[in-house]
Design a protein. Structure first.
Length: 525
């Protein structure tokens, strides 16, 4: 599937844009040609004396020039309006579709894209593609304008028209070759540099508190400057290439006018008409140059987008999922059972939870419904397990937005229920805007413990048969911890939700009825 594919509505808008562009192109060439004829004929009539000047009809040419100018303006406006309508609709659907494909991929086998690289593809590459779609109507309009110029040049003689025809026929392959040679490599370098810069920036943004605390801003800025220098150098080469192509077109227009003048065999007004028609035809063909330049410039982006489009489409999760039994090492757990994983720091407890959640691929002695995690699809694991990670991620949106990630469209009563289960309803209810309070990616005014509880509430809201908790009470005071553990115990009992818990604190361990050592689940290295 190509990233340039448009739906039927998009193709209709693009056809309208092409018609408008063709009208604008024809009007533009005719406007120049008629203006050249009119000015030359008027000058000759004036030079011939008062009688000839008084007999010269300037009203019809003036009206034609005014009408052609209006038609060209209306055509260009229509082209912009219709082409942007096609592009914006296509890009909106493309961004949503690509994000859905990325989000649905099995984290164990899906593409390993850093946040900055994914951002570069979903923003920068698609923006370049949008411009390419907007310019798509220019190609037929350029050819029609070129044909119009040749026909008008024929009024100055067939030799002049033939010379112009040969020049215009040779121009597109010349432009395409020049664009590829001058822009393809810089465009690839610019796309790679932008992805690397965004990746590094995202990494530093996640550690901005530490950067400020240790006074590392200058060092970080210096490191980022290396990436910006690479990006600036690639973009400078792109712009130099564009300038060289513009110079080529200027020289080509001068050559076309000179040849038409050389081979012209007609009165002066028609020669002037042919000269400006030739200049207008070459100017119209400049649209092909810009299209070729942009196509070469986004070739890398198109390949990167097509790589994402080759990913499997997301499959809707089943409406209801039957709870499956879980085996960890030699311990068999029925749905609704609870277990705590023990072991020293760094022994692989978090890795186990992420493996069960389908985020990582690791060798573990575990089974879900009789199948090892490696034999389970990502969709199956996501349907069984809801993970509240040790380091939760929040999106830049409202509190309700963050919670509805687990269950889109959920009502506010259900949201307040899970907030009560994690002892967070008082804090959220105290905000002036309540659930509509906006959070940044770092959690806004929420503390670290409150962010963890919000992440836990999100996992509860998902309603999975098994809950995976990684240090759920870290950063929480003992009184709040005791309250939260008691409420969570009641929630698990009422919903018959199973629990796999990792915690170095004593209070949460009261939630688990079984204990298994991580060494009994993960083989020693």
């Amino acid at each position: 599937m190509s990233a340039l594919a448009l739906d039927p509505a998009g193709r209709r808008w693009l056809r309208r844009a092409s018609i408008a562009a063709i009208l604008a192109a024809i009007a533009g060439v005719l406007l120049l040609a008629v203006s050249g004829w009119f000015l030359t004929a008027a000058a000759l009539a004036g030079a011939a004396g008062p009688v000839a000047a008084l007999g010269f009809n300037y009203l019809i040419p003036s009206a034609a020039i005014r009408g052609l100018a209006i038609l060209r303006t209306a055509g260009r406006y229509g082209e912009r309006l219709f082409s942007h309508q096609a592009a914006l609709g296509a890009m909106a659907a493309l961004r949503a579709g690509l994000f859905a494909r990325l989000a649905a991929q099995d984290g164990r086998i899906g593409p390993d894209l850093a946040g900055g690289d994914a951002s570069a593809r979903l923003i920068g590459d698609i923006d370049a593609l949008e411009e390419l779609i907007v310019r798509k109507p220019v190609r037929p309009a350029s050819w029609v304008a070129a044909g119009t110029g040749v026909l008008l040049a024929a009024l100055a003689g067939w030799a002049a028209a033939l010379a112009l025809l040969l020049l215009l026929a040779a121009l597109p392959p010349l432009l395409d070759r020049a664009a590829r040679r001058l822009t393809e490599r810089p465009a690839h370098d610019a796309a790679e540099a932008l992805g690397a810069l965004r990746t590094r920036y995202v990494e530093y943004a996640a550690a901005r508190a530490e950067i400020a605390a240790y006074g590392l801003a200058d060092r970080v800025a210096g490191d980022l400057s290396r990436f910006t220098a690479d990006l600036d150098a690639a973009r400078a080469r792109l712009h130099r290439g564009e300038g060289a192509i513009a110079a080529l077109l200027a020289g080509y227009a001068a050559l076309a006018v000179a040849l038409v003048l050389l081979f012209a065999d007609a009165p002066a007004p028609r020669v002037a008409l042919a000269l400006l028609a030739a200049a207008g035809a070459v100017e119209a063909m400049a649209g092909l140059a810009r299209t070729a330049f942009r196509r070469a410039g986004v070739a890398t982006g198109l390949r990167r987008l097509d790589a994402l489009l080759a990913l499997p489409e997301p499959v809707a999760a089943p409406a209801s999922t039957e709870a499956m039994p879980l085996r960890l090492g030699g311990l068999d757990l029925a749905p609704g059972a609870r277990v705590a994983i023990t072991g020293r720091s760094g022994s692989g407890k978090t890795l186990l939870l992420e493996t069960l959640a389908g985020l990582r691929a690791a060798m573990v002695d575990a089974a879900i419904g009789g199948l090892a995690p490696a034999a389970c699809s990502g969709a199956m694991l996501r349907a069984q397990f809801a993970l509240a990670p040790q380091d939760p991620a929040l999106i830049a949106g409202t509190i309700a937005d963050n919670l509805r990630l687990a269950r889109p469209g959920v009502d506010k009563e259900s949201i307040w229920a899970v907030l009560r289960a994690v002892a967070l309803e008082g804090r959220i209810g105290g905000f002036p805007e309540g659930l509509d309070t906006r959070l940044g990616e770092a959690g806004g005014t929420l503390s670290g413990g409150e962010r963890k509880r919000l992440s836990l509430a999100r996992a509860l809201l998902a309603g999975r048969p098994w809950l995976l908790l990684d240090e759920p009470t870290e950063g929480i005071d003992s009184a709040t911890e005791s309250e939260m553990v008691a409420r969570l115990d009641a929630w698990l009992a009422d919903s018959n939700t199973g629990l796999v818990l990792v915690s170095h604190r004593r209070a949460p361990l009261a939630l688990a009825g079984n204990v298994v050592a991580i060494e009994d689940i993960t083989p020693s290295s």
